[in-house]
Write a protein that binds this ligand. Structure first.
Ligand code: PMP
Length: 325
C-alpha cells in the first residue's frame, strides 16, 4: 500500500514562489503529452541538535538537472547557484523542519500538438518539497526481481539523465515487480549486463571487494553512488571498482545493496527467490548504512561540505537570487 503524498503549500514555478495550487499547466503542454522533461530528486535531513535542515549535495543534483535539460536541448534560464538559492527560499517559505524530499522539474512548456521538435521550445521549471516517506519499506532486507523489461538504452533515450518519459520504463518494471510480491526490480541492459534498480544504483560485494556498473552500462549517474564510492575508499578502506556485472554474479555475491536519494541504502537479501549470501544484511552494507545516515544529517565534519544548511544560509545573508525570465 502506498501512502498518499501530502501536497505542499508552495511551489517554485517559473521564477517565483507561488501557492502550490497556482503551479498548473494546460493539458496540451508538450512535456505532459510527450514526456519531454527532466527532473531531480533531492533530500533534506533535519538535524535536531543544530535545529538545521541540511540538503544533501544540492549543487551536484542541480548540475545533473541542468545536464539532463541539455541532453533534451531544453534551455533553462537558471544557473546551479540560482536553483540552490530558489530551493532555499522555497524550503524556508514552506517552513520545513523535518526530513523532506525535493522534486525539481523542467519541461517543454509550449501548448502545441503535432510539433515534436524541441528547437526553440519554451521551457518551465518547478520545484516542490514534501515531508519524506520511504521509497522501499523493506530497506533492511528487500526482495527484488530481475525485470523482464530491459533498461532503456542510451541510444534510445539518454539513460544517464533523469528524463521524464524514460520513467515509463521504470514504472512498468516496478508495477510488475510489486504485482509479483517483490519490493523492487533490477534491470538488465540490452547487452544483458546488470544496470540498476528502478530508482537506485546497484552494488555487489564479493570476496571483500565492492563492484558497481560503470556509467557506460545505461545507469543514471547517481549522486548517492558517487558518494558511496568515496565513503568506501576513504572511510572504510574497502576496494570499490566500476565494472560491468553479469546476472549470475548476483547469485554468487555475498551482499547486494541499492543506493539512491529516495531509498538511501537498501540491503537486498533475496533476488528472484534466491537468498543473497546468508540471506541477511551483510557487514559492508550495515557499515555503509550507519556511516551514510550520519553523513547526510551533517554529523560527520569531514563530509560537512556535502550538506547545505537551509536556515543558516539565509541568516548568513546569502544574496537572494535574481530570478526573472
Ligand atoms: N537510478 C535511477 C533510475 C534513479 O531514478 C535514481 C534516483 N534519482 C538513482 C539511480 C539514484 O540516483 P541519486 O543517487 O542521484 O538519487
Amino acid at each position: 500500500m502506498t501512502t498518499p503524498t501530502p501536497l505542499p503549500e508552495y511551489a517554485f514555478f517559473d521564477g517565483r514562489i507561488v501557492p502550490y495550487r497556482e503551479a498548473r499547466v494546460g493539458v496540451m503542454t508538450h512535456g505532459l503529452q510527450y514526456g519531454t522533461g527532466c527532473f531531480g530528486g533531492l533530500r533534506g535531513f533535519w538535524n535536531r541538535a543544530e535545529e538545521e535542515l541540511f540538503v544533501f549535495r544540492p549543487h551536484d543534483h542541480f548540475q545533473r538537472f541542468l545536464e539532463s535539460a541539455r541532453l533534451l536541448s531544453l534551455e533553462l534560464p537558471y544557473s546551479v547557484d540560482d536553483l540552490v538559492a530558489a530551493l532555499g527560499s522555497l524550503l524556508r517559505q514552506e517552513g520545513l523542519r523535518a526530513d523532506c524530499y525535493i522534486r525539481p522539474l523542467a519541461f517543454a512548456a509550449e501548448e502545441r500538438i503535432g510539433a515534436l521538435g524541441l528547437e526553440g521550445m519554451r521551457s518551465a521549471v518547478s520545484i516542490v518539497a514534501i515531508p519524506f516517506s520511504k521509497y522501499i519499506e523493506n530497506d533492511l532486507g528487500a526482495h527484488v526481481k530481475i525485470s523482464a523489461w530491459r533498461r532503456i538504452d542510451d541510444n534510445m533515450i539518454p539513460a544517464r539523465g533523469k528524463v521524464s518519459g524514460a520513467y515509463v520504463n521504470t514504472a512498468l518494471a516496478k508495477t510488475d515487480a510489486q504485482r509479483g510480491g517483490f519490493d523492487d526490480a533490477i534491470f538488465l541492459d540490452q547487452n544483458g549486463h546488470v544496470s540498476e534498480a528502478s530508482a537506485a544504483n546497484l552494488f555487489i560485494v564479493r570476496n571483500g571487494a565492492v563492484a558497481t556498473p560503470p556509467v557506460t552500462d545505461n545507469i543514471l549517474e547517481g549522486i548517492t553512488r558517487r558518494s558511496i564510492l568515496d565513503m568506501l575508499r576513504e572511510e572504510l578502506a574497502i576496494p570499490a571498482i566500476e565494472r560491468s556485472i553479469d546476472r549470475t554474479e548476483l547469485s554468487l555475491a555475498d551482499e547486494v545493496f541499492l543506493a539512491g536519494t529516495g531509498v538511501q541504502i537498501v540491503s537486498v537479501t533475496r533476488i528472484d527467490h534466491r537468498p543473497v549470501g546468508t540471506g541477511r544484511m551483510g557487514p559492508v552494507t550495515a557499515s555503509l548504512r550507519k556511516l551514510n545516515a550520519e553523513i547526510v544529517r551533517g554529523e560527520v565534519p569531514r563530509y560537512r561540505r556535502w550538506c547545505w544548511p537551509v536556515y543558516a544560509s539565509a541568516a548568513a545573508g546569502a544574496p537572494a537570487p535574481a530570478i526573472a525570465r
